[in-house]
Write a protein that binds this ligand. Sequence first.
Ligand code: SF4
Length: 377
Amino acid sequence: MAGIYIHIPFCKSRCTYCAFYSTTDLRLRTTYADALCREIDARCSALSVAEPHTLYFGGGTPSLMSLEDIGRVLSHITSFGLQFKECTIECNPEDITDDYAMALHSLGFDRVSLGVQTLFDVRLRQLNRRHNALKVSDAIKALHRAGITNISIDLIYGLPDETLEEWDADLNRALSMLDSEDTTFTHLSAYCLSYEDGTPLYRQLQSGIVKETDEEQELSMYRLLCERMREVGFEHYEISNFARSGFRSIHNSGYWNGTHYIGIGVAAHSYDGKRRSWNLSDLKRYLQAWGRGANLPDVTEQELLSAEDHYNELLMTRLRTSDGLDEKLIDRSFLAYFKTQVQSFLDNGDMEYDGTTYLISEKALFVSDSIIATLFL
Ligand code: SF4
């Protein structure tokens, strides 16, 4: 089993915090869809062998693509007879109209991930997001009317100078949407803002225009998030991800449980259990390569994973989740090392062990990266 990820690198404007690879040159969208179709055709045997069970359009902003272009890419994929358990598209709330939502549903999408980030308009403007808070509930209503009820929203906390009270209010606004059938959602992801080098927000930080939220405050915000999500009955199944029972993201769970995936499009990554490969983050080269019918090596790089890499990857992915790490999966030659390293975290309660599975306890999930780094080879 595997997942297919299709990367759409277009954004109408750049958000101030974003360091992802994307372009605001929207003129290239149809040419890009053509190139995606060619890459899909070229990789059809890998796609069929992998038996993909999820499809995910991510970006960038996939909802900036015309329905015609999305439909063309989709039909290239489904022409190989593939059936998906979950078919997700990331959307900007601003792009969702009744017509667009209905068309997504009829194309076969059964899950939408909405980039909400915050429900305060002043913050949305600060982040240079296109939508406003009202547009979020309008978009969810349109999706429900179209028959798409598996909806995820993304939030960001730790915004410049954000207080715990402000985050509490933002969360309350989001969670109040659960009270009504036409604005309810099934999944929530919340990420702590990071100031990435090269972004406008990073420059604002460097020049003193904005101030970073301190780590203690961020931890309080994370704890509040966990508490609120527990109160509304969502499972906390990954560091930053919460879902109603039965609504975990199947595609994203694949990244954390070792499922193979095939990434199509510029900057997309793939994993086949032995090696990681990635298309270069260079749209011009990607279009030139697929425009002239070149082979994968023109735009793809890869690395073969060593036993040590596999061990590190296993820890990095499994220990992010509430399912934890089954010790049977650890290479026997590294098990003794792992057990020695993990002991201090078991002793101080940052990790738990039930005789077969290791977990990072919820209170320590916020610092899981540093715990996992200590366990690395
Ligand atoms: S956050 Fe999303 S919408 Fe904003 S610039 Fe980055 S990829 Fe584009």
